[in-house]
Design a protein around this ligand. Sequence first.
Ligand code: GLN
Length: 242
Amino acid sequence: MHLRIAHLYPKRMSIYGDHGNILTLVRRSRWRHIAASVDEIEVGQKFDSKRYDLIFFGGGQDQEQDTVAADLKKKAGAIREAVGNGAAVLAVCGGYQLLGNYYQPAEGDRLEGVGIFDAHTEAGPKRLIGNVVVEPDVLDLPKRPLVGFENHSGLTFLGEDANPLGKLKTGFGNNGRDNTEGTVQGKAIGTYLHGSLLPKNPHLADWLLKQALGRRYKNARLGELEDAFELVANEQAVERFS
Ligand code: GLN
């Protein structure tokens, strides 16, 4: 099997360790003798709607989001088509916001989103910063808590078609009001969890790999990995921050 990953705007949208998610997806594939390749797609570069099994979109500062949002308008149709063709998605913070319907920053015009998530974001009055623990509620994802770090001013509100990634045990999550964090819509996950997210949440990494490989390999099965260190990191974070 060969996992093909598209990494959107890594030079502009990969803060707070988000690139570690790519390293995790590639390593957890290669440890299972699954080939994995990553195409970095920057401003002005074409997005091939038929090529990718997984799309990763990290977080960034408002000023970078302005530039990226303008470029996303040219890629939006191809990204929607890729998701419609069965690509999985992991979008973190700013990337999550821009794959929603729109993001209204504190200053300047509203940024139109790609519309992968039925969600919209409005800049809030203060930054929501700190450790986060989430009780996930996603089909086929083990109930082990998800842990990470958040730093955003955006407040994200989910529409009817977007289910929360889970309920908060600790942290602000989507908006600090409705006790939800992130969203899951089909094979697409949006979240505020930086850190990187996936190294300490191997169950989520494998969920994404299964969804992504399922696009082209109908009976894709993932062998077990020795996750002792990853699970200790997860358990210690849950213990410290719950
Ligand atoms: N600029 C956005 C916000 O503050 C996203 C920040 C981020 O990606 N960490 O909400």
